[in-house]
Design a protein around this ligand. Structure first.
Ligand code: EPU
Length: 366
């Protein structure tokens, strides 16, 4: 077990914020975790994963805990389904590489998401049409209330879009391992925009899980910053869901002035005359969207941020990433939490003013 006071958290947050914790403890097993005199540790207590989805806004006055429980055990090799239990400190992508390398289907669309297994089960990480909950069978925790081992079946975890009971009952449960259910059954998931295209040239009836994994890695590398090179915490905001009426109000708004300065023109899609003027970049009729089963509409936050002119915008050491405006990066390597918060607030205010949509951060603020 590692136990260090006044600990520099620089290596434990991919945003690269230079902050300190009063105490840092890293345990290697459930027994070590259980041996802690939890109530006497400096408060508050915060459990960290790889620090890939959080923004430390200041020095942390209490104890930061980290799991170094690392094992991947196959526990039930069924004819179709395979169950495995994975320690909370395993790098999520190492788990995927292991499963896909064994020819098993399930987590391959989540390839290259930074972070560790325990945090993935807290955050219900998702990408390319798959969420962690789709492959999680159960979550094994230590309940800090009475210091007992608790197992939740996936249906008891309260999973939603980047959401779970572990986020709402923050601090109560420490995840020590996760039970995953994967399958031998041929089941590539190609329907999320871009995945099929990235597999051009492949026989789509004879793919291997590693083919999908490689394709996803190519897609992600093309638009997301490599945390080893430039600090960020992935998508900074959640994608907002709005009512259909709100969506139609945006869709039917007048096009913004054209670059040629001819003033606002009714969008052709709205039934207005097609003036022959090329639709100016940013026309609301271009708004990408995904209709949800309950009639609401999901709008990519990246599009909204881009339309508000933030792509590439710098504020102090922080910057909206050029290739993907949903990501805020520590461009200078020495951005302060204040720089990031100021840029975040500016984005939220502008998107609210222009579209009457309130963006919510996806990144945890600590
Ligand atoms: N969408 C669909 N179907 C599609 C394509 C997109 O429903 O075929 C929806 C998505 O659910 C998403 C929105 O449209 O809500 C925008 O999708 P886009 O592919 O542009 O992705 P994004 O908004 O840039 C989101 C995740 C990423 C994840 C990608 C790929 C969030 C906040 N971000 O980003 O996750 O890698 O989709 O699936 O949901 C992260 O959480 O840090 C992250 C990088």
């Amino acid at each position: 077990m590692k136990r260090i006071e006044n600990y520099d958290l620089g290596a434990h947050n991919t945003f690269g914020m230079k902050v300190k914790a009063a105490l840092y403890i890293e345990y290697d097993s459930v027994d070590e975790l259980m041996s802690l005199d939890y109530k006497s540790l400096p408060q508050p207590i915060f459990h960290i994963g790889a620090g890939s989805n959080l923004l430390f806004t200041k020095d942390f006055p209490g104890t930061v805990l980290h799991s170094n429980i690392k094992y991947i055990k196959y526990v039930d090799m069924g004819l179709d389904e395979v169950l495995l239990t994975v320690g909370s400190g395993v790098v999520f992508d190492d788990f995927i590489a292991n499963v896909a390398g064994n020819g098993l289907w399930g987590p391959e669309n989540l390839s290259l998401i930074p972070g560790e297994v325990g945090a993935a089960a807290v955050q219900n990480i998702g990408a390319y049409g798959v969420e962690a909950k789709d492959i999680i069978s159960g979550v094994v925790c230590l309940d800090t209330k009475d210091w007992t081992k608790t197992v939740f079946k996936v249906g008891e975890c309260g999973y939603g879009y980047r959401d779970s009971r572990f986020k709402h009952e923050r601090g109560r449960y420490i995840i020590t391992s996760v039970l995953f259910r994967v399958t031998r059954k041929y089941s590539p998931k190609l329907d999320y925009g871009g995945v099929r295209n990235a597999l051009e040239g492949y026989d789509l009836n004879a793919l291997k899980p590693t083919d999908i994994r490689d394709a996803i890695i190519r897609i992600r590398n093309a638009k997301l910053p490599d945390p080893a090179e430039i600090g960020s915490a992935g998508s900074f905001f959640k994608n907002p869901v709005i009512s259909r009426e709100h969506f139609e109000r945006i869709l039917n708004a007048e096009c913004p002035p054209s670059a040629a300065g001819k003033g606002p023109v009714p969008c052709p899609e709205k039934g207005g005359p097609d003036t022959g003027i090329a639709r100016p970049q940013g026309s609301h009729a271009d708004i990408p969207h995904y209709d949800l089963p309950d009639g609401t509409v999901k709008v990519p936050a990246a599009w909204l941020i881009d339309q508000c002119g933030f792509r590439g915008k710098k504020l102090g050491g922080a910057q909206v990433y050029e290739k993907q405006p949903l990501v805020i990066v520590n461009a200078s390597g020495s951005a302060s939490p204040e720089d990031v918060l100021a840029l975040e607030n500016e984005i939220i205010a502008k998107v609210k003013e222009k579209y009457d949509i309130v963006l919510h951060p996806e990144v945890d603020h600590i």
